[in-house]
Structures are given as C-alpha cells and as structure tokens.
Design a protein around this ligand. Structure first.
Ligand code: ADP
Ligand code: MG
Length: 202
C-alpha cells in the first residue's frame, strides 16, 4: 500500500471509531470514567482533518500525521497511548510502501513504544493485550493482505481476552478483581481500528 491507500484505511478506522463511540464509552463506564468513546472520537476527528490537510506521501507519513493529531487532540491516558502507538507505527513502517514485513515491523514498534512510554506490559488489561498479539501474528505473514487479516483477528482475540484479566494499570487498577468480566476499552478500540485498517467492515 502507498501513502494514499494507507490514508484511506485510516479514514475507514476513523469511521469505525466514530460508529463505536457509544460502545466504547459504555465499556469505560464499567471499569473507568466513561470518557473513552468521546476521547477516541475527538482524536479520530482530528486524524481525519490532519490527513486531509497533509495528504501524506508515504505510509510512515500517514501514521505520523495520525499520531501527532491524536497526541494534540485527545485528553486522558488514551491520547498519549494511541498517539504514541501511531508514532511507533510510523517509525516501524520504514520509508517505502507498506509491505507485509513493514506492517509487521510497524505493529511491533507501536506496541513497544506504548510499553516503553507508559510502563505497562501485556497481561495488565490494556490496549497492549491487543497490540502485542497483533504484532506477533504478523511476523509470519507472506502477503500484506494476510498480515492485515491476521492482525485484525489477533487484536480481536486479544481484546476479548482482557475480559478475564485483572486491571494492573490505569484507572481500572483500583477496582482490582472487580475489573474481571469487563473488556478493556482501549483494547476494544485497537481491535476496531485494526479491523477497519484491514479493510473489513464493522
Ligand atoms: P483515561 O484512563 O484517562 O480515562 P481513556 O478512558 O480514554 O483514558 O483510556 C483508557 C484506556 O487507555 C485503557 O482502557 C487502556 O487500554 C489504555 N491505557 C491506559 N494506561 C495505559 C498504559 N500505561 N499502557 C497502555 N495502555 C494504557
Ligand atoms: Mg476513561
């Protein structure tokens, strides 16, 4: 995929996040403060605007444009988390077209950047429980189509797996065992983003 194609997929992700805003807020009401849907919708409205202005020439530039827009627009933990994630995608994507290999590297850099910045590890009930499995499953993919499809499936499984986890970071941490039985809102968001990015309709 070239810069314009990646931009198109990011716009599809923005549509999907906006459509899911209520569900994301409901998930955050269960174990957080209920602002996740609004924060993500605001972030992706800014992504949409920034992409239209910038018209990125390469995949990395498209991811970076999205990352900056999120960092500057969204409040709360998720602004820093998802902004950092997209900046990591940009770093890992390299300078050329998005291939299966470049996408795998991008997902790996995205997850690592969030973990390095926020200090969370997989298993703590965050978006990283979708981000790391998505990155890992991609490393064996032979085509970009396959890598995209695999990442979407792994992120969804990872997000579902957070239902059984005890939150060990973020606002939900104070709930301890009472966080069991609820999906992590950020993991749910990432699954939605990667599904749309893979070209699958919500
Ligand atoms: P806030 O917690 O400030 O209300 P949001 O509700 O928008 O922010 O986002 C919460 C989500 O952010 C969580 O569901 C989790 O996935 C993610 N998150 C929070 N802290 C971290 C962290 N240190 N590393 C990775 N993800 C995190
Ligand atoms: Mg919140």
């Amino acid at each position: 995929m070239n810069g314009a194609e990646v931009t198109g997929r990011l716009l599809a992700a923005a549509d999907a996040i906006e459509a899911a805003q209520e569900d994301l807020s409901a998930a955050d009401r269960a174990i957080g403060d209920g602002d996740h849907g609004a924060g993500m919708a605001r972030a992706f409205a800014a992504v949409r605007k920034a992409l239209a202005e910038k018209q990125p020439a390469t995949p990395a530039e498209a991811f970076k444009t999205a990352g900056m827009a999120i960092l500057f627009s969204a409040g709360g933990a998720s602004g820093a988390v998802f902004g950092t994630y997209f900046m990591g995608l940009a770093k890992g994507a390299g300078s050329g077209e998005l291939t299966a290999e470049a996408f795998a590297m991008a997902l790996k850099e995205g997850a690592s950047a969030v973990s390095a910045r926020g200090g969370a590890k997989p298993g703590q009930k965050t978006m990283l429980d979708a981000a790391f499995p998505a990155a890992e499953t991609c490393s064996g993919a032979e085509t970009l189509f396959d890598a995209l499809r695999r990442s979407a499936i792994a992120a969804e499984h990872g997000a579902q797996a957070t239902i059984g986890m005890i939150a060990a970071t973020g606002k939900a941490k104070t709930l301890g065992e009472r966080s069991i039985g609820h999906i992590d809102p950020g993991a749910k968001s990432l699954a939605i983003i990667l599904r749309a990015f893979a070209g699958q309709n919500a």
